[in-house]
Design a protein around this ligand. Structure first.
Ligand code: AMP
Ligand code: FE
Ligand code: FE
Ligand code: ZN
Length: 277
């Protein structure tokens, strides 16, 4: 009775249709699957449809991109009301700002002498609603032979210290928490081990987070132990998931569906918290 609470579909920077993630989850025997696309909930509907057909419980989710002092912080939201009009309008605004950021990054790449256009990037998406992200740009850089791997694309160009990096105009983590709560969801900080800023994690828990993503492929044993303790101390949920983005250019990012999954009890607790909010 396990649940993977963190997967991406091709409604954001994942490769698979939501229904493919659901089928994989079924094959490996999970009881529930979270769909947590970046700043989009459009994949949730398709996942639920497939889940009803083949017998897989879907946890409606989102992963909001926020910014704190120049650092990107991801906030997961579970059991959000994904049809809420105000919520969808807010996501629309975030998607518009992301588009501007993407265009600025393309312009920077052009300044560096790299021949890449927005239409090259758009050619990489499999549906018109895809919320385009840096991995799509990275794919083009690999195709054009500018870099060999996605890691290289991020290291040299797209990552925080990359030559074409642009800080998007983004909401703060606190605003992310508020948006999720206003949509009836449960806010959880994603992969805190990546940030190297546990003071911030604690301050966000005090602000209103209701969970910490303890189990994640980027967390080592120490991280998992530390964040499990933190979750216990602050009496918030310990969640986890694979952060699966599919297989792109032969590489699975982050890890296969089912890795870092948690007990189904966590799903029930998330559900209860969402009903109480
Ligand atoms: P964006 O949402 O457009 O700012 O892009 C950030 C996303 O890029 C993250 O959510 C990851 O999915 C992805 N990403 C970051 N680093 C890497 C990497 N080294 N390889 C593949 N994908 C990455
Ligand atoms: Fe991603
Ligand atoms: Fe993330
Ligand atoms: Zn993610």
């Amino acid at each position: 009775m396990k649940a993977d609470l963190h997967t991406h579909s091709n409604f954001s920077d994942g490769v698979n249709d939501p229904s493919e993630n659901v089928r994989i989850a079924k094959e490996i025997g999970l009881k529930a699957l979270g769909i947590t696309d970046h700043d989009s909930v459009l994949g949730v509907v398709e996942a639920i449809e497939t889940g009803e057909k083949i017998g897989m419980e879907i946890v409606p989710g989102i992963e909001l991109s926020t910014l704190h002092s120049g650092q990107e912080i991801h906030i997961l939201g579970y059991f959000i009301n994904y049809k809420d009009k105000i919520f969808l309008d807010k996501l629309n605004e975030l998607q518009k700002k992301r588009k501007i950021r993407n265009e600025m990054m393309i312009a920077k790449l052009n300044e560096l002498g790299i021949d890449i256009s927005m239409s090259d990037v758009v050619a990489k998406i499999r549906r018109s609603e895809t919320n385009i992200g840096r991995p799509h740009i990275g794919e083009v850089l690999i195709d054009k032979g500018v870099v060999k791997t996605m890691n290289q694309a991020f290291k040299i160009y797209l990552g925080r210290h990359g030559k074409a990096y642009v800080n998007a105009i983004r909401i703060t983590p606190e605003q992310g928490i508020d948006i999720i709560k206003d949509a009836g969801g449960v806010p959880v900080i994603a992969h805190p081990g990546i940030y190297g800023n546990d003071k911030l994690v604690v301050s966000l828990v005090e602000y209103g987070l209701e969970g910490i993503e303890v189990y994640h492929p980027d967390h080592n044993k120490n991280d998992k132990c530390k964040y499990q303790k933190l979750a216990n101390t602050y009496k918030v949920l310990a969640t986890g998931g694979s952060d699966f983005h599919g297989v792109r250019k032969g590489e699975t990012f982050h890890s296969p569906i089912g890795s870092n999954s948690v007990s189904y009890d966590v799903v029930q607790k998330l559900k209860e918290l969402s009903l109480n909010s």
